[in-house]
Design a protein around this ligand. Structure first.
Ligand code: ADP
Ligand code: ASP
Ligand code: MG
Length: 423
């Protein structure tokens, strides 16, 4: 029974940023003999590029968005040319079809607002990458079926952060994946579909979440996310010197790390896996034979080193009620109703008698509306360009090393976690 279950492999943007990356993916997939679903993200920084094209389009900067679109086409065409020496006709034709759909989008007025437009357009990054990967695998003898995940992962119309209908998606995923003689599938991360055929996305970096959802829905044996690092490290190696690799991490620890902003995985990844006790491996696509990190259900006391998580571009908003009333239930309801309405997520909150502080990402599309609405009931002050540092399993040395010389605006200590909002 066990060997009949799927494994899910998720390849992020960094793993498919070039022809060499796709070739490397093929070698990793070739070694897998059982049933496998390959989930891919957009290639390299394509999602950022598509976001810029869309903004330029919506702001009427025609030269800029056309230039951006040309670069996006060239990038994907050059990957195809790097992968297929001679037989480029079929993959280039497939790309042309997708570019034509994108072009149609950019030639029509947008009727339904930014979030809707975002999902219809930015989702093409994953359509492009999964198409190239699927055609390349088939061409190199790794037979697979390309699946449009929008047909079986069904969400509501909460554009840019679709909520998945688990019961319906489970039924559809089982029909598509489980009741199929094919053993290898290639599909998209990050995107889903509504019942009436529009596209939604699941939040930036959401492909990890897609892999976890699919694992949950088809009751997979495990998920592996392939990264450019050796596994989950005790800090982001781009920021902190000499982090150590964690061999094993409990689901409980992993959800805390991801929620605090550890970029190695999307925060929503853990719940679908924990709920079905499905193990998650984080492994290096550069060194696929090394052991990586195992994230799983365990009650074992794992001895973690201090783990550092930095979130930049934070804004600390301080609210004081105009009428000097306490910040208690009714006030809190008012604050969180506004945050929820504008989709602003609090990374950290702290309150006193008549003041309430919230540290949030400085997200330009959501925040200004929330601040304007809060100003109707509160005196609002804010500090921008801040950093939120979380130290899990802190020691005094780790705190001193990473906060000395910094101006700390707010700090919180619990038994396991120290958090600092700093300049
Ligand atoms: P993907 O290509 O799958 O989208 P990301 O670039 O989003 O991958 O995530 C991998 C990156 O996350 C690594 O290159 C690393 O710089 C960063 N990172 C941040 N925190 C950690 C951590 N605790 N452990 C490992 N990598 C981390
Ligand atoms: N391509 C999307 C992003 O860059 C989703 C992902 O990579 O996980 O956010
Ligand atoms: Mg990513």
């Amino acid at each position: 029974m066990k060997n009949k279950a799927f494994r899910i492999y998720k390849f992020g943007g960094a793993s498919v940023k070039s022809a060499l990356g796709v070739e490397n993916l093929a070698e990793i997939v070739r070694r897998e003999s059982g049933k496998l679903i390959v989930v891919v993200s957009a290639m390299g920084k394509t999602t950022n590029a598509l976001e810029r094209i869309l903004s330029d389009f919506l702001d009427g900067r025609k030269d800029k968005y056309l230039e951006g679109f040309e670069q996006c086409k060239e990038f994907h065409i050059s990957i195809v040319k790097g992968l297929f020496d001679t037989n480029t006709e079929a993959p280039l034709e497939a790309l042309r079809n997708i570019f034509e759909q994108m072009d149609n989008f950019l030639n029509k007025p947008i009727a339904q607002g930014y979030n809707f437009a975002y999902d219809q357009f930015v989702s093409y990054g994953e359509i492009l990458s999964s198409t190239i990967v699927s055609i390349y695998l088939n061409a190199t003898g790794i037979g697979n079926k390309w699946i449009d995940i929008r047909q079986c992962l069904i969400s509501d119309r909460n554009y840019r952060e679709g909520n998945i209908d688990l019961a319906l998606s489970e039924k559809l995923c089982r029909e598509v994946f489980s009741h199929n003689s094919q053993s290898l599938f290639v599909t998209q991360g990050f995107i889903a579909g509504t019942l009436d055929g529009t596209t939604t996305t699941l939040g930036r970096e959401g492909s990890d979440y897609t892999a976890a959802l699919l694992a949950n829905l088809v009751m997979a044996e495990s998920v592996t996310i392939w990264k450019d690092v050796d596994g989950v490290l005790s800090a982001d190696p781009r920021i902190f010197p000499n982090p150590v690799k964690l061999d094993e991490v409990s689901f409980k620890e992993a959800i805390e790390l991801a929620y605090s902003g550890a970029q190695v995985m999307h925060p929503k990844t853990i719940k679908p896996l924990e709920n079905k006790k499905i193990a998650l491996y984080v492994k290096s696509f550069l060194h696929p034979d090394t052991s990586g990190t195992l994230i799983y259900q365990t009650n074992k006391r794992i001895a973690y080193p201090p783990i550092l998580i930095q979130k930049t571009n934070q804004i600390l908003i301080s609210l004081t009620p105009f009428d000097f009333s306490f910040v208690i239930e009714d006030c809190l309801i008012k604050i969180f109703t506004v945050l929820y309405k504008h989709r602003v997520k609090a990374n950290l909150v702290q309150s006193s008698a008549i003041s309430f502080s919230i540290c949030v990402d400085d997200e330009q599309h959501f925040l200004p509306g929330a601040i304007d609405e809060l100003k109707l009931s509160f005196s609002v002050r804010y500090n921008k360009n801040l950093e939120l540092l979380t130290v899990r399993h802190y020691t005094q040395e780790a705190i001193a090393e990473n906060t000395s010389g910094r101006s700390i605006l707010l700090q919180q200590l619990t038994r396991n976690t120290a958090r600092f909002v700093m300049k």
